[in-house]
Design a protein around this ligand. Sequence first.
Ligand SMILES: [Zn+2]
Ligand SMILES: [Zn+2]
Length: 857
Amino acid sequence: MAEENELRYDPAAIEPKWQQRWAADPTMYAAEPVSCGKPKYYVLEMLPYPSGQLHMGHVRNYSIGDALARHMWMRGYNVLHPMGWDAFGLPAENAALKNHTPPREWTQANIAAMKRQMERLGLGYDWATEVTTCLPEYYRWNQWFFLRMYEKGLVYRKKSKVNWCPECATVLANEQVVDGCCWRHETTLVEQRDLVQWFFRITAYAQELLDGLDKLDGWPEKVRTMQRNWIGRSEGTEVDFFLDGQGSGGRDQGSEKTRIRVFTTRVDTIFGATSVQLAPQHALVAAFTAADAELKAKVDELLEQQKKAREAGDLGAIEKHGVPTGRFAINPYNGERVPIWVANYILADYGTGAIMSVPGHDERDFEFATKYNLPIVRVIRPVEEIEGSGSLPFCSEDGVLVNSGEYDGMSCVDAEKKLQEIAAAEGFGEATVTFRLKDWGVSRQRYWGTPIPMIHCEKDGLVTVPDEQLPVVLPAQIEITQQGGSPLSRVPEFLHTTCPKCGGPARRETDTMDTFVDSSWYFYRYTDAKNAKGPFDPATAQYWFPIDQYIGGVEHAILHLIYSRFWTKVMRDLGLIVNDEPARRLFTQGMVIKDGAKMSKSKGNVISPDEMIARYGADATRMYALFAAPPDRDLDWQEDGVAGVSRFLARVWRLVAKYAPMARAGAGEAAAAPTGTSLKLVRKLHQTIAKVTLDFSGRWHFNTCVAAIMELVNEIQAADGQLAAGEVPALAVRELLGSLVLLLAPFAPYLAAELWEELGEAGNVLRAPWPKSDPDLAKEDELEIPVQINGKLVTVVRVAADAGPKIIEAAALADEKVQSRTAGKTVAKVILVPRKLVNLVVHPSDKGLSPGTSVVK
Ligand SMILES: [Zn+2]
Ligand SMILES: [Zn+2]
C-alpha cells in the first residue's frame, strides 16, 4: 500500500508548513501603497470581541471575507484586508472579578489565542495594520474625537432617565435595550434611573442618516428598513395650548401664559380635541401634584404601570389609564376649554410629552375617551360616504373639515397647511418633524473603557483636557468590585488632578465611554494604524474609503451600523474625510446553528473550530462553512458535511498529484484547438470559471460555486481512462488542473498553495491571475430541452445551442413520444421558454383550432 500512503491527503502536514511560510513573508497579505496604481478593494469583516475563543459564527464570517479578499488579490486589486479587536467591555471586568486577572492581561491573552486560531485557519489578514481598541494609542483618538465633538456642540451632559442594567451595573443606550432587557443579559430587565450622563447629539444627523439610506443600495433591504424604523421620522405640528387661569387664552398674545406644547400629526383635527393629555413625567404634572397629595398618588400609580410595561418590553401594549388633574387648557384656535389629564400611555420622550386627544379621529384617543366618558366630536367628514365612513373614529386623511369654524369645507391636507401657517404667524406653534431616534448616551459607570477627557473644577466648572495631555490613560491596576458608581472614582491617583485652566485642584470625569464608540471609526484607523499625530492620514483614508465590502451580523443593524454612519458624517464635517457613508456594500451572513438551535454552552451543542481543524483541516472547515448553505441563510453544522468536503479535497489532491507530471510537461507544448474529450472538459472548465466569477461579483452563492467545482472534478475524474491513455494533450491537462487549483484558492488556500507548487507553477498562487472564462469555449453545442404536455414532462429533445423558437418547436412536435400522445388530438398552443422548456397545450379531440405559439421571456 506504499502508493496509497504516498497519495494520502494530509492537511495536518500541508497546512502548518504553508502557515509558517506565509508568516515569514510580511508582504503576503500587505496592502500596497496608495501610489501602486492598481484599483483598490477594501474588504472587511466586523472585528470581534476578544473572548479567547473563535466560534463557528466567526469562522463563517471570516471565511466569506477571506474568500473575497483572495479572489480580489487574484483579480489584480490592491486589497486591504485587516483585522483587529473590539477590546474594551464588560467581560474583561467580570473575568477580573472572578479570577483576579487584570482586564488588560486577560484581554491580551485572549487576543493572542484568537490570533493563533485565525492564523491556523489561514485567514489572510495584514497584521501590520492590527487595531486593538483598549490600547492608549487607539483610545486617545476616541478622546480626541470627543473633544472635537464637544467643541462642535455634538457632546453634552444632562440629567435624564437612563436605562440601567443591574447585571452590568451600568447605563445602556436605547439601542442596547432589546425587548425591555439588556442586550448582553437577555433575561435581565432594564430599569430606569435618573443620572447625569454624557450624550452624543446623533439626532443632529437624524435626517441625513435617514436620507442616506436611500443611496445605500448595496446594503440589505432589511437593514435599511430597520434603520428607517429606528430613526422613525414623523411630520406634524407643535401647538401651544394655554393653561386656563393664566390669562384670557385664545389668540391673545398680550399676557405671559403657561403653555402646554403638544405634538400632533393631525392638526387638521384640532377642533375635535376634547382633552389634553400629559405624560406622567411632564414638568407641569409635578407642579400640579406638588400641592395635591391625592393626585400625586394617582400619578405615581401611572408611573408604576409605565415602568412595568417598559420592563415587560412592550410599552405600546400598555393598558391605558389616566387621571384628570382638575385643570383646563385653552385650544389656541377657538378658545375652547378642555380638561387636562395625565395618562400612562403618553411617553415623556416622544414628541413633547403632551398630546391633544381627538377621539373622533384617532383609534387610541377614541378608546380612551370611551373608557373615561370624554366627549367625542366629529370634525372631519369623508369626501365620499362609503360604508362605515359615517361612524367614529374616522381616521382617514381623505376628508373635509366640519365643526371647525371658518375652516369648514377645507380638505384635511389644505387645512393642515393653513393651520400651521396661522400657528407660526401668531407664535403658538409650528410645523415640525420629530424622530424616534434619541441622542446617544455614552457614559458608562465601568472601568474597562475609554476615560472621558473632561475635568470638573470647583471654580471653572467643566473643563476639557487639553489635546497635549491626551491620552487620559486608564490606571493599570485597580480593584474591581461590583459596588455602584464608577470604579475610577475610587482611584485617587486618577481622580485627583489639576485644573488646566486655573491650576487649582480638580477631579477627573470618572465615567468611561460606551464601547460602541471604539467600533464607530476603527476601520479608518486600519488605513494608517501607526499614526501618532492623528487618528489617521486623511489622504490615505480617502484612497481606501468607502469600504467596498463590509461583512457582519445583522444584529448590529441599529447599533454599530448606525453609530458608525453617524461617526462618518461627523468626521466628514470635521474635514477628515470626504465620504458620507462608511461602506458601499454590506453583507449580513446567517447564523451557524446546531440541530436547529443556536450554539450555546448551556445547550451543550457548541462545535469548536479547533476540533474541526484537528480532524479535517482548516481548508475543509472553511470550505464547509461556505458550502453548507447560502451565506445569507442559517447554517446547521453537520460534521458529516465537513468530512464530505474533506474527502472531496482529498480527491482533488490525488487527481492533481497523479497528473501533475503530465501538466508540467504541457508547459512547453504548442496550443491546439481542443477536440473530443479535451473539448468536453475544457468546456466544463470554462462554464465553471464563469459561474464562480459571477458569484464573486455579488451573488455570493458560494455554496453553488463549490458544488460547480465539485462537478468539474467529477467530470475530470470520469475521463480518467482518456487522460491516462494520453488522449488529452498535456497543455490541456495543464490548463484544466491549473485553473482548478486557482478556482479552489479562495476557498481552500492551503491545498491550493500546495498543488500550485506541485504543478510546477512559480510564485504565490494568491498573486496568480484569476482564470478567465472564454465564452466560445464555454458554449454548449447542444441544449437539452424538456417537453411537457399540459404541464407534465413527456420527453427531452436535443437541439443546437443556437436554435431559434421555430426549430425547437419543430423538434418537440417531431419527437416520437410527443407524436404518440398527441395523435388524434389538437395542439391548441405551444408555450416556449427559450432555451429552457416547451409546453404543449393539447385538447382531447379535434376541434379545428389552429395552434398558436407564445414565447415566454
Ligand atoms: Zn446587562
Ligand atoms: Zn479651574
